[in-house]
Structures are given as structure tokens and as C-alpha cells.
Ligand binder design. Structure first.
Ligand SMILES: *Cc1c(COP(=O)(O)O)cnc(C)c1O
Length: 233
């Protein structure tokens, strides 16, 4: 193992500890219980060797945004570590539904009827119950995935009643150039209206704000693993 790899690993371990500490501090500051906030460590673009030190520290919940990439590293890691919970946080094509259901424990990016139907069909076929989140495009950004806020509550109902999906919560990615607070507040309000308990919101730059607005899951990548060498949408 090269020194460069070693250094990335110990940095990631320090990054994880720092993020855990900040989550605890943000919870206390918001009068919330730290155990009500789950860290999803976003490992996209980092290989299995970069992920192992984080697993060795006990982190078990990870996020990936591409099915193909997750397929390269997680089946091997699952052989070495038990109780891994893998979240798909990136956009999904319905032709990848079978692979996604086989690989992931939670799918956070459901945003249209076609994908809801494809996932439901695969869960039945594979006899796997994968938990679901509906992604909301809180900023109505044309280039971003997610259902429009005004359609979100009805869409959840259809996912539950028409497709029988186990919808646990909402997920959002606020516009990069805006104050995220109002977006987190909107997601929280939609969660109340749809009677969903979980809110996946907050990334490296804004997870403490998200916790103040009620995030139950924060998805943190670069603050743990460091800068990503290539951009991933
Ligand atoms: C990459 C990604 C994250 C993590 O982003 P960081 O800024 O590196 O913490 C969170 N959520 C989604 C959907 C992502 O694609």
C-alpha cells in the first residue's frame, strides 16, 4: 500500500470523527437527540481501500450515486463486514431497477411513477423489501432530479397505495447557490403533510443547518473522504 493511500485512509478516519462530533454538537444545539440523526457516509468515487478504514471505525451506512460503481465495490465489502446498509442517492433509470434492488437497502431518489413501478415490480420478483425515499426538487431546478414540491404528497400516496412501496421519508438537494434553510424547512413541512418520519437532507457544507431543520439523515461525502477527483452529478 502506498503512502498516498495510507494518508487518504487516516484522513478519512479523522474526517469521520470530526463529522460525528459536529453532528452531536448540532443535535445538542437544536435540542435534539444525537441518536435521532443518522450519518450516511457518501463514498462515491472512493474505492474499497479508502472505505475500509471508515468501516473499521464502525460506520455501516453508506451512500452511492451510481449503480455501476456501487456494484464494483460493495459486494466485496459486504463479504468482509456485516450489517452494511447501502443507500442509492443518485438518479435511477428503470432499466437499472433490478440491479438497484439487488444491491441497495434504501433507495432515496424515487421521483417518478415509472421508476416507482419498476422498483415495486423488482422487489416482488426478488422478494426484497427495499426502503424508499421520494426525492423532491425543492428549488424546481430544471437540471436536477426530484418531484416538484406541489406534487410530492400525492406522489407519496401513489407510491404507497398503487405500488405498495415502503416510503419512509423525503430527500432533497437544495440549489448550490442558495441559502439551504428554506429548502430544508419546505421538506420538513412536506414530511408532516405526507406523514413521513424521515428527512434525508444536508451534505458536507450544510448538514448542521439541516439538523437544525429536522434532518434525520445527513449525507456527507467530502467532509469525510476529502475532495473528489472527478465531479459526479
Ligand atoms: C455527492 C452527494 C452527497 C455528498 O456531498 P458532499 O458535499 O461531498 O458531502 C450527498 N447527496 C447526494 C445526492 C450526492 O450526490
Amino acid at each position: 500500500m502506498s503512502d498516498a493511500v495510507n494518508e487518504t485512509q487516516s484522513n478519512a478516519a479523522m474526517g469521520l470523527k470530526a463529522v460525528q462530533r459536529k453532528i452531536a454538537e448540532a443535535a445538542i444545539e437544536s435540542g435534539r437527540k444525537v441518536e435521532d440523526i443518522t450519518l450516511v457516509a457518501v463514498s462515491k468515487t472512493f474505492d474499497a481501500d479508502a472505505i475500509r478504514p471508515i468501516l473499521d471505525l464502525g460506520q455501516r451506512i453508506f451512500g452511492e450515486n451510481r449503480v455501476q460503481e456501487a456494484k464494483m465495490k460493495w459486494p466485496g465489502l459486504r463479504q468482509d463486514y456485516s450489517d452494511i446498509e447501502l443507500h442509492l442517492i443518485g438518479p435511477l433509470q428503470s432499466n437499472k431497477a433490478a440491479e438497484a434492488i439487488a444491491l441497495f437497502d434504501v433507495i432515496e431518489s424515487i421521483d417518478r411513477e415509472k421508476i416507482a413501478a419498476a422498483l415495486a415490480q423488482e422487489m416482488t420478483r426478488q422478494q426484497r423489501n427495499v426502503r424508499c425515499y421520494v426525492q423532491v426538487n425543492t428549488g424546481l431546478e430544471p437540471q436536477k432530479a426530484g418531484i416538484a414540491p406541489q406534487d410530492a404528497v400525492d406522489f407519496v400516496k401513489r407510491c404507497q397505495t398503487v405500488h405498495g412501496l415502503n416510503v419512509e421519508g423525503f430527500m432533497c438537494i437544495p440549489p448550490v447557490d442558495e441559502n439551504p434553510g428554506p429548502h430544508f424547512a419546505l421538506l420538513e413541512k412536506l414530511g408532516q403533510e405526507a406523514d413521513l418520519e424521515k428527512l434525508s437532507m444536508g451534505m458536507s457544507g450544510d448538514f448542521e443547518t439541516a439538523i437544525a431543520f429536522g434532518a434525520t439523515h445527513v449525507r456527507v461525502g467530502s467532509a469525510i473522504f476529502g475532495h473528489r477527483d472527478y465531479p459526479v452529478a
